[in-house]
Design a protein around this ligand. Sequence first.
Ligand code: GLN
Length: 555
Amino acid sequence: MPKFLFVTGGVVSSLGKGIASASLGALLESRGLKVTIIKMDPYLNVDPGTMSPFQHGEVFVTEDGAETDLDLGHYERFTDSRSRKSNNFTTGQIYDSVLRKERRGEYLGKTVQVIPHITNEIQDFILRGARVGTPEEVDVAIVEVGGTVGDIESLPFMEAIRQLSLRNGRQSSCFVHLTLVPFIASAGELKTKPTQHSVQKLREIGISPNLLLCRADRPIPQDEREKISLFSNLPMEAVISVADVDSIYRIPRMLWEQKADALICEALGLSVPEANLREWDQLISRLENPQRTVRIAMVGKYVDLTESYKSLSEALIHAGLHTESRVQIDYLDSELLQDGDVQRLEALASYDAILVPGGFGLRGTEGKIRAIQFARERRIPYLGICLGMQLAVIEFARHVAGLAGANSTEFNPASPHPVVGLITEWQDADGSRQTRSEESDLGGTMRLGAQRCPIHPGTRAQRIYGNEVYERHRHRYEVNNAYKSRLRDAGLVIASETPVEQLVEMVELPESVHPWFVAVQFHPEFTSTPRRGHPLFQSFITAAIERQKAKEHSA
Ligand code: GLN
């Protein structure tokens, strides 16, 4: 049986429980342990796929095509573990599963109740997430409980982890509780009371934390830590101060310096080698010593909530770490570029590169197309991701291939040139309707998850990725195969296509025409990590650096 590290949160949400869990995962992994991190979300939605990015931030997509909470992105960035569908589940999924069993008569006529049926189901889901009984069983499963202690909706989860720890016996589980120690400006003091109350609340449920991670805007002094230790009945060393930092990648070291990982290993009865922070320290030193700053214009819709582009902004930062540069991302609202405001458009020229990320819905698309046209015509490095590729194809179709009114049927179903559409629409149109291969039909109508695709030789894509690409998808619309030859004839390079249906995966402009113009149907941002970087983003940032250098040179 794996060991379990349960991470709960207290006082308020948004304290960074996901990052704390991921950082602990990084430390345990560096001690040679095989870890996985599971996120339990107490809401009723079956998954976050249908939730607004304004509400919920980014939807992270796993290799096997699950639409999950963005915390899973942190887990994959901090550790080498790869998440699956089973690493994230919600109250909705638990109830769904229990109700199906009930309908099938699996409870043999018993009254089905929250305790034990829901709580047992939660435990089963946790064991599945930890891959128990499979060759991939982990040493430690870190289980993050979404929400805050005291929430009605998280109670069944709390009860389930309490029972699981009891069931597995001594040294099987360790409880980490993340709380807030606010600084009250008028009193000039850090206040420990909310933390005391939060620990009491946890105890009422029957859970005694082994470790407190106390978030504050500054390091928590000895006095306050003593107070917390006394009132929450924990040894001093178990009260860990987690101060605000300029980079989340400093957290593993911060926790290590206060021996968080050692305390956890002790609580779990694990005698394993010391943590090794070499890679993390290297990363921090890169972070602290950039040679230059590159400025990227990210032209999108959800610009007022950068959480919706979490993985993407992290991927750009990682690329900076691996190219000795600091990446500054300016989020520009595409709607403002929409209506002929030449000055605003012209301002894009001051950037070192332009990026159009993924997105859904009509709003702002014409503004994005203008930005792409600007990048193409002015030879500014351009990276298009998912929607950013579809719009690049539309822009090229309209302005280079002479297909006036070209569009995606997502935005104009009556377009005379639907260069992007639902696969069913364009296959119906040319009479060659085929069914999708199983591989690409993972999520029903949505193409979800990772897919392996060959890359055509002689392309920039091949120089970046090698002969094949294995990246994750999340989209419904595809470039219309019926238009491929016209686009090719006009000079668009289709650099990669899916093996069965020949769906467009990557497009680019030849180097003779543009210094760096690459657009991809998948989401490369999901596989970038700070320690390993990512070839596509590194290539993009390198192009941005080159543009900057060329500008300096000509100035
Ligand atoms: N809206 C487009 C589609 O569904 C693009 C999706 C995306 O960018 N993730 O195909």
